[in-house]
Design a protein around this ligand. Structure first.
Ligand code: ATP
Ligand code: MG
Length: 205
């Protein structure tokens, strides 16, 4: 915890990037757990514009993913949603996300970028990794099937990267989309409002 000159504490902001196609309880539990562990004041969910890692498949409209993220997070006063990535043209890069979030929230906040341990190992392939480390602390959350330590992140600086396990939730957006396509239920894998939004908009059929 960093204290400011006037004795108050610097605000701590989590940044949860994702495609959220659709958002599911794995994302929400991860954000909640990291929030508790790091004493975050707020977690802002940032749906990606055009995810460069997912160029191989059709991603749902940004507006649908944004609305689903808003619906899923609405009941939690510490969760919010940012449009920075969907409003920026071109591919989404974490460097741009963090710059835009910092510009919006000011220099007075400490940023914690939350991502899956699988995605975190891709950090090493990102350009500007040193600049990333100046902008935020990185938190890699494990999901079932991706044990910590399997990833090539052991040599990353410990003051910049933390790995943590979240309660086992074997939920993925891919699985949710496949279930909708196969007419299987997604109740309780995603918030109720997301089940209804997907049905109403006819997504993933
Ligand atoms: P897809 O199956 O389409 O890749 P996803 O479920 O991985 O979707 P993303 O939007 O890609 O969802 O996820 C955003 C971030 O949340 C990623 O860093 C991912 O690793 C992490 N994440 C996704 N599902 C879980 C889960 N069940 N538990 C913990 N972290 C998760
Ligand atoms: Mg994924």
């Amino acid at each position: 915890i960093v204290w400011k000159n006037d004795g108050s504490r610097r605000r701590r902001l989590g940044v949860m990037g994702g495609t959220f196609d659709p958002i599911h309880h794995g994302h929400l539990v991860a954000a909640s757990e990291v929030g508790a562990r790091f004493g975050l004041d707020e977690v802002v969910f940032v749906p990606t514009g055009h995810p460069w890692q997912k160029a191989d498949r059709e991603v749902s409209l940004a507006e649908d993913r944004y609305l689903m993220t808003t619906i899923a997070t609405a009941s939690n006063p510490r969760f919010s949603v940012s449009r920075v990535d969907i409003d920026r043209p071109g591919s989404t890069y974490t460097l741009d996300t963090l710059h835009d979030i910092r510009a919006h929230y000011g220099d007075d906040v400490d940023l914690f970028f939350i991502t899956g341990a699988d995605a975190l190992s891709q950090i090493l392939t990102w350009h500007g990794v040193l600049e990333l480390f100046e902008l935020a602390h990185f938190v890699g959350v494990s999901r079932p099937g991706t044990p910590l330590g399997d990833h090539d992140i052991a040599h990353l600086p410990a003051d910049k990267v933390t790995l943590m396990e979240v309660p086992a939730l074997a939920i993925s957006s891919t699985d949710c989309r496949n279930r909708v396509q196969e007419r299987l239920p997604i109740w309780y894998l995603v918030p109720d409002g997301i089940v209804q939004y997907i049905a109403k908009r006819g997504l993933y059929r």
